[in-house]
Design a protein around this ligand. Structure first.
Ligand SMILES: [Zn+2]
Length: 316
């Protein structure tokens, strides 16, 4: 019974699919294989169609991915394509009218379904964003669903504080820390990942205690702190057994931080709020705030040219 249901389901989906026909312009010579690559369905018969991905003799579509019918063979027969969906004798005749070789209207002969396709080649229709290049600042909010896009790792630093940092960023920080220890410099994780909820709590407390104006001036708006990404690390120094984590004290450690900054890029970090870039980043100089961007090459480019992430990405 289940099997019959599955067959009916596949048949129903294919009937919908069967609406995609390469029909040739009247009088055209025989058809060529579809240009290999991905074609997006930009208009369809109302279904939730998305893409077809063609090779010379095969295609798969995103209609029924997950069902047993994909990918399937197709062949050219005179002025039509025949899509063998499911099996070789399961034929759907599809007529295509091409406008140039990157636009096409398909009509499925049996159902009359019409779809307009556009060739996008090798490009992924929904390109996965590089999470490590995300821009979160006073104008750019943390992307929705961010927590599902990253993997956080936890641990305890050498002064006994727990932290959460994005997994690769943490691995890179540990390597950076080890490299600096060889130079006699001891840095540790201070403030790292912060949830939007936690930032909201800080905001609410300041607002209740000191008023809205004060909160606006001194507290990052929840959702707009780079610490939400898990890719931002505030470091502290350990010098002669003493923890240095006060902002002014750290700014005074120019020599040490110059050495730290010189090693950031090779581990995929950048100095996120450089001196004199307040008008671009929205933050005063923070020698302790490092941002993991994953690519040592891009990090080197940014650090060598003394630009900000905003400038590298061409936005603010
Ligand atoms: Zn910070």
């Amino acid at each position: 019974m289940k099997k019959l249901f599955a067959v009916l389901l596949v048949t129903a989906v294919l009937a919908g699919l069967a609406a995609c026909t390469p029909s040739l312009k009247p009088g055209s010579a025989s058809l060529k294989p579809f240009k290999a690559g991905t074609w997006i369905v930009i208009e369809d018969g109302g279904d939730d169609a998305k893409t077809y991905t063609f090779t010379d003799s095969m295609t798969e579509c995103s209609y029924c991915s997950g069902l047993a019918c994909m990918p399937f063979d197709y062949e050219i027969s005179g002025s039509s394509y025949i899509f063998h969906m499911g099996s070789a004798d399961d034929n759907s005749v599809v007529n295509a009218v091409f406008d140039g070789d990157e636009d096409c209207t398909l009509t499925w002969e049996d159902s009359g379904r019409v779809e307009t396709l556009r060739y996008v080649g090798d490009k992924e229709p929904e390109k996965e964003e590089n999470i490590y290049m995300v821009l979160v600042n006073k104008q750019n909010k943390l992307p929705d669903n961010w927590e599902n896009m990253i993997e956080l790792a936890t641990g305890t630093n050498s002064v006994g504080e727990n932290y959460l940092v994005e997994k690769k960023a943490l691995e890179a920080f540990e390597k950076l820390r080890a490299a600096l220890l060889e130079e006699g410099i001891d840095i540790e994780l201070d403030s790292t990942y912060r949830t939007v909820e936690y930032q909201q709590k800080i905001w609410d407390e300041f607002e209740a205690e000191k008023g809205l104006d004060y909160a606006r001036q001194y507290v990052a708006v929840p959702g707009f702190s780079e610490h939400h990404t898990g890719l931002a690390i505030d470091a502290m120094l350990i010098k002669d057994g003493e923890v240095i984590d006060d902002n002014d004290d750290m700014i005074a450690e120019k020599e040490i931080f110059a050495k730290v900054h010189a090693r950031l890029a090779e581990f995929g970090f950048i100095l996120r709020y450089p001196e004199g870039k307040d008008d671009i980043t929205g933050y005063s100089y923070e020698p302790w705030h490092f941002r993991y961007i994953d690519s040592p090459e891009i990090a080197k480019e940014i650090m060598d040219s003394g630009i900000t992430l905003e400038e590298y990405l061409g936005k603010q």
